[in-house]
Design a protein around this ligand. Sequence first.
Ligand SMILES: NC(=O)c1ccc[n+]([C@@H]2O[C@H](COP(=O)([O-])OP(=O)(O)OC[C@H]3O[C@@H](n4cnc5c(N)ncnc54)[C@H](O)[C@@H]3O)[C@@H](O)[C@H]2O)c1
Length: 252
Amino acid sequence: MKLEDKVAIVTGAGSGIGRAIAVGLSKEGAKVVVVDMNLDAAEETMKEISKTKNNSFVIKTDVTKGSDVDTMATRTLEQFGQIDILVNNVGIPGSQEAMLLHTTPEEEWDRVVSVNLKSVYLCSKRVIPEMIKQGAGKIINLSSVAGIVAFPGRAAYTATKGAVSLLTKAMALDYSKYNINVNALCPGMIETPMTKWRLDNPELRKEVLNWIPMERIGVPDDITGAAVFLASSDSNYVSGHLLVVDGGMLTR
Ligand SMILES: NC(=O)c1ccc[n+]([C@@H]2O[C@H](COP(=O)([O-])OP(=O)(O)OC[C@H]3O[C@@H](n4cnc5c(N)ncnc54)[C@H](O)[C@@H]3O)[C@@H](O)[C@H]2O)c1
């Protein structure tokens, strides 16, 4: 197993990609802290992990709140004594309606920026000093293909994912010398509760399929192997990388 004795925090682990990553890291031997603001959803992930492992626990956390994030890290350290891997996975798309910048309400803009970008700052800020003390760490930020190219009608989401991509590089520049690898995953279209509204509409689903050379929509587990790679010693000389996992979508 690639992650024996490692401790991983996965935010937004109650659903979709975060759940798949939490289960995947656990299968590789990691003790996983399942973090989500939705406690019931996080408990479901725990149940899935518990089928094979009994080494994880749940913390209800709103990752946009510094005090919650502090508790998340403190409880992890009390329970396990170390934090080796941080997966900053939480993200929201914002309104389902396509929104141009000038029609995006200010509260909507602030919400998307807070959940998608500030959360990465808050969780990383709390965990990095521990990783520096430990002399090693792996941070994986969930960006998106929308963190590399723009998508129409998604100004706030695209702006935050672009920011997460460059924040990943900025963090890699500053922390690689502490043996902390900072990388991002950039998924394409993955079938999760976030994308359900679009993919449940046959016309929109067909349109999305036309973007993907592999001619299928991704599933959360398509992201797991890339996350395990970035969390494990296999990626020890990889930092500041944006790893695209999109069925070829961005090759066009
Ligand atoms: N699904 C896709 O096609 C896709 C594509 C590219 C990137 N991504 C990114 O991957 C990540 C996961 O996406 P997903 O599709 O699995 O989403 P999802 O909606 O299925 O899951 C998101 C989880 O985050 C939790 N969450 C939301 N706000 C929170 C907060 N403030 N504090 C704590 N938990 C919170 C939710 O309760 C939920 O369990 C996001 O960052 C998303 O932007 C997804």
